[in-house]
Design a protein. Sequence first.
Length: 144
Amino acid sequence: MLNIVDQAKPAYNPAQTFTIGQLAEEFGLTLRSLRFYEDEGLISPARMGQTRIYTHRDRARLKLICRGKRLGFSIGEIKDFLDLYDTDEAQVEQMTYLLRGARNRIRHLEQQLRDVQQTLKELHEIDGLIVSHLHSKGVQVPTE
């Protein structure tokens, strides 16, 4: 099985469960974020009265959600990816979907990088023109 979550894994105990507070602390999320992910159908903890009980499956899905958000994927894209995991044990559809999404993100980020580089170039040119103008007027310009 392809592990796209991470290589460092705590000891696996299938019977272990987690509280909302434990997962929120582990992943640096708010309780509200976890509830939102539940409302969106990304995770589905069991309930014992009002208490949410999270399994290793929920924890693994939460890891994927956090990684997807860090990489810039939308909640909808993350949900589609997670839904494919449930329907394709071989993970072919899931990995194909992720590959397509990752390549789209790469193209988008590379374009953003080109845009930022162009903006920086223009700002440096403006900076140089302003400094030259101020020097021609006898104004001392601090260097930064």
